[in-house]
Ligand binder design. Structure first.
Ligand code: HEM
Length: 459
């Protein structure tokens, strides 16, 4: 039996007769979310498509309402279309799973994400790859080539993820990533379409997803089998750790081969595009704000005195950290977190019907004039705060990695990778760009729209 909860109707964003905000969502999803925040407030209903074929999004951008959604996973769960796509593509991994399955996976994987492992195993890989990047860029700069920041950063972040996951076996990582690119593109298309054809339908897109996934899975399965074979390689890369992991609460429990392969695929997918787009945007921000570039270069030169950065150096680069945080505010690589309601709920003073898509819009919160003074201005000093103060004045105002129990487990890895790379690039080059703005749009994650030209001049 469903009970009617008390609560006001959520106000609807104005749109076209019949089709509502369909065109707006398709042509400018992020702009539509921001318009809803500006015109309606921190909770708005956005409808798209004619009745009977309608998509309804409850867009949440007010920090106190975001807190209510994220703190109540039983009321606002992860049975959302985007996660459904991911789950059916990759299996029930740590990003998509819920309840005991998630607890068990998180217990298993915690040991792969310790500060010590990051400092001793992963950060040296990042420093090494950043040096390689600088060498590559020196060669390109000598030939007068203008770089395209995003593919450059995808290449570098893929190499880092590949080496962290599979150690020396880069060819396996490269092959997996190639297969994934096809799957990723097609999944994005499905997730941003209000009514994608069902997964079983024999459409060309579905066939490409199935084929790409089958191939990716075969490669991942082979890697796991090789590690668990009669002569297992005792590797300390993530795949080795996943194979050897034991549940902290039950020593006899371990991940099945399928689970190991699923988590490895998730890390590869979750980690490199998000980190790459963040890195690209940081470099563009520095190119567009030379005063901040000079300030960071002075900080890096003073703290490192010309030697390559390590994880231990990052505490001495506070302004580099603030520039990265401000970039993540303006360009949150994961622009939203989809949730859904199984039964009718109240949120603040409002009623959310059963079966609704509730979108915690990180983009919307980060660009809201209700939260941030002059929100479109790039100003890293917003993060120059006293102990205990929150940027934007609320714990849930700045949340590029989520907040709470389901926050991103890869956050320290990404932040370390971005800071090490930026410091290394600034040691070697001055960066400029002919672009005055940084155009992005929403796919599953944030994506640059077109090329991001970057010129690097050796110092
Ligand atoms: C700039 C880079 C990154 C950003 C902006 C980012 C953002 C996020 C966000 C917003 C969530 C919460 C999703 C939700 O609750 O619906 C999340 C979860 C997650 N992220 Fe990341 N992420 C990044 C990098 C990474 C990396 C490098 C890894 C892995 C190596 C990773 C693995 C995960 C996993 C496993 C979860 C699920 C955690 C859980 O539910 O317990 N992420 N990420």
């Amino acid at each position: 039996m469903t009970t009617q909860t008390a609560g006001l109707e959520v106000p609807t964003l104005s749109g076209w007769p019949v089709v509502g905000s369909l065109r707006g969502l398709r042509s400018d999803y992020l702009g539509t979310i921001s318009r809803a925040d500006r015109d309606i407030g921190g909770l708005a209903r956005i409808v798209a498509g004619p009745p009977g074929w309608r998509l309804t999004i409850y867009s949440v951008t007010a920090p106190d309402l975001i807190e209510e959604v994220l703190a109540s996973p039983d009321r606002f769960g992860k049975h959302h279309p985007g996660y459904r796509e991911l789950r059916s593509a990759l299996g029930d991994n740590m990003l998509t799973s819920e309840h005991e399955t998630w607890h068990r996976q998180r217990r298993f994987l915690a040991s792969m994400f310790t500060r010590r492992r990051l400092a001793e195993q992963y950060a040296p890989v990042m420093t090494d790859e950043a040096q390689r990047l600088v060498e590559r860029w020196r060669g390109l700069a000598a030939r007068g080539v203008t770089l395209d920041a995003y593919p450059e950063m995808v290449r570098m972040a893929s190499r880092v993820s590949g080496r962290i996951l599979f150690g020396a076996d880069m060819s396996a990582a490269a092959e997996l990533l190639t297969r994934f690119r096809v799957v990723n593109d097609q999944l994005l298309r499905r997730a941003v379409s209000p009514h994608p054809p069902p997964g079983w339908a024999p459409t060309p897109g579905n066939r490409r997803i199935r084929h790409g996934l089958r191939e990716a899975r075969a490669i991942a399965d082979d890697l796991v089998t090789a590690r668990r074979g009669p002569y297992p390689v005792r590797a300390t890369d993530m795949l080795g750790l996943l194979c050897a992991a034991r549940d902290a609460e039950d020593e006899a429990d371990r991940l099945t081969d399928r689970e190991v392969a699923d988590q490895a695929m998730l890390f590869l997918l979750a980690g490199h595009d998000t980190t790459a787009v963040t890195l690209s945007c940081v470099l563009l921000m520095l190119a567009q704000h030379p005063e901040w570039q000079r300030r960071l270069r002075a900080e890096v030169d003073h703290a490192l005195r010309g030697r390559p950065p390590s994880a231990a150096d990052l505490d001495r680069l506070p302004w580099t950290d603030r520039v990265v945080r401000e970039t993540l505010r303006l360009f949150p690589a994961a622009h939203g977190m989809g949730r859904s309601t199984a039964t009718e709920q109240t949120l603040g003073a409002h009623r959310i019907p059963a079966g609704s898509w509730v979108e915690v819009s990180i983009w919307g919160a980060h660009h809201s004039a209700r939260v941030w003074p002059d929100p479109e201005r790039f100003d890293p000093s917003r993060f120059d705060l006293a102990e205990g103060e929150h940027p934007g004045g609320h714990r849930y105002a700045w949340l590029p990695f989520g907040v709470g129990a389901r926050a991103c487990i890869g956050r320290p890895i990404s932040l370390t990778e971005v800071q090490i790379t930026v410091a290394t690039v600034l040691q070697a080059f001055e960066v400029t760009s002919p672009l005055a703005a940084t155009p992005v749009h929403a796919a599953i994650t944030l994506m640059p729209t077109g090329r991001l030209p970057l010129d690097v001049r050796p110092r």
